[in-house]
Ligand binder design. Structure first.
Ligand code: ADP
Length: 159
């Protein structure tokens, strides 16, 4: 079974990586799809986000990194894949995720959204919080792999 794991990944964190690692053992293939949404203000460009993901995921032979823009259901059709993976950290994620899953189902009956519950130790972790800590010079080594940490520090110097 092939699944799509869509998201912004701005940047990828250990929380995302834990979901991907667990999925890699349950599914035949995971397509990690980075959303190219020009209206959303991302710190990293789409190319940078993809490059970081490719580097940190290179050890998996059943994980592919891709990009998409527009509606997830259209992309899913294009990819011939009807199962989406989303992570649930806390109750706060639930409302939005439920809404998205229901809208996607309305748009395309075949689409199924599978939720993976965040591991306790990563339940508080988000790309936004990592960026915030990094902006203030905090230690982010327990939140992201070293290459992401280096890229984030470089990026912060630029902005
Ligand atoms: P988006 O911008 O679409 O919210 P993100 O890049 O933040 O996407 O995350 C992609 C997916 O990964 C979402 O389903 C999100 O809930 C999940 N996710 C993010 N951080 C974690 C984490 N620490 N543990 C588990 N799932 C997570």
């Amino acid at each position: 079974m092939v699944v799509i794991y869509p998201g912004s990944f701005d940047p990828v964190t250990y929380g995302h990586l834990d979901i991907i690692d667990r999925c890699s053992k349950k599914f035949d293939k995971i397509v990690v799809s980075v959303l190219n949404n020009k209206s959303k203000k991302n710190l990293f460009t789409i190319e940078e986000r993809v490059k970081l993901l490719e580097k940190v995921l290179e050890k998996y032979d059943n994980v592919e990194v891709d990009t998409f823009s527009g509606l997830l259901v259209d992309y899913a059709k294009e990819k011939n894949c009807t199962t989406m993976i989303r992570g649930l950290r806390a109750v706060s994620d639930f409302e939005y995720e439920m809404q998205m899953a229901l809208v996607n189902k309305k748009l395309e009956e075949e689409i199924e959204t599978f939720f993976m519950v965040a591991r306790g130790k990563y339940a508080y972790l988000s790309s936004s919080i990592v960026k915030e800590v990094a902006m203030f010079g905090g230690n982010i080594s327990c939140f992201v792999p070293e290459i992401v940490e280096i890229a984030l520090k470089e990026k912060i110097k630029e902005v």
